[in-house]
Design a protein around this ligand. Sequence first.
Ligand code: UGA
Length: 436
Amino acid sequence: MRLSVIGCGYLGAVHAAAMASIGHEVVGIDIDPGKIKTLSDGDAPFFEPGLQQILTEGIASGRLSFSTEFAAAAGADVHFIGVGTPQQPGGHAADLTYVHTAVDSLLPHLSEGDVVAGKSTVPVGTAASLAPRVAATGATLVWNPEFLREGWAVADTITPDRLVAGVPDGPSGERAAEVLREVYHPAVASGIPFIVTDYATSELVKVAANAFLATKISFINAMAEIAEASGADVTQLADAIGHDERIGRRFLGAGIGFGGGCLPKDIRAFAARAEELGKSESVTFLREVDAINLRRRDRAVELVVQALGGSVFGKKVTVLGAAFKPHSDDVRDSPALDVAVRLRGLGADVMVTDPQAIDNARRLHPQLAYEPDRDTAIRDADAIALVTEWDEYRRELTPEHASSLTSGRVVVDGRNGLDAAAWRAAGWQYHGMGRP
Ligand code: UGA
């Protein structure tokens, strides 16, 4: 099939390349000429495992191209909208400017029978408000939310847990659902659930999923706070409750909490939308989820300060990690970088290292010192803080090796990823999150 993908950020670039990899002819469109040049040259604009390969293959096959012109979308059967919906400056609601601009720019190039598939995360009600404009061209709007995780984005796009299509009532909706089934044929044929529903439900599925995941993380982080006050160990607690299949161990990783370009802004936008709907009390708990999450960053900073005798002023603190999670170079709302910035604010001599995210981190926080080599970064540190659980730090850094690099013996494990007993046995003062 011929597809266009409007917006070539994280979602759009991966979607375009993944759709080409399953055999479609795809044009990715973005108004940013720099992004389009990078992609057209076959270079992945961000670190995402597997993306470089499908991008190179797609371009070489002739099935994948990129353009800054909306006219390039003409002739495609399906047009995906994958532009960003960031948090509004000065507010919690989502900024829908890019979605509206993308749809308006696409309208003149649509033909009778085309399908426009919104993938961006939007407040419930958005699709219904956009649908008449699309329908006036003879095309049909569907909402087809995306559930990809950074770091697993390629696999999540090609073989997702489920596919969801929010369609209008009547024959045009039924036909559009069939068209989407055809787009995702390999996944649908392999038995991946394909859920056809209305616009509002499809929009809510996405925000509800992210709200649930954020709640799960903040739940275990709340338990970490209680564990800290009572002498319990939250990691053992998570293992024990996680054995209950109804609860499950995944996303019960206590630590410095969630960040990134999705969970934080999505729960805020959800609360803002609920308020507009007169239902703010239904999601009041999301404020607590947000507050618990942010408190854990304070806690990590507090642990470093306490471990260094009440002040970090003039002390060298090596921060292991800048990305909001491993396997990503994304530093948007990164708890790791936030901890680094706060420590520097308290007068620490902060050195940040990360296998992938240093360039992005430096752009955002040029005031911090960066060192790509882990061992050089650790040399002569008074304290080490693990804040992004890359294997380079969590699995591969032994306490014996760290001891050979510095005489400092303080380690704060912001992700509960280290073997506490091994670090203590090697003479380190180990501090986890919610662990005695
Ligand atoms: C999240 C969702 O998981 C995806 O399903 C969704 O499609 C995506 O947002 C989106 O809306 O686009 P992502 O932001 O890539 O994906 O990251 P997650 O893997 O969900 O991690 C989010 C944050 O939670 C990270 O900072 C991570 O370190 C933290 N986290 C995760 C924890 O603190 N503890 C855990 O147990 C798990």
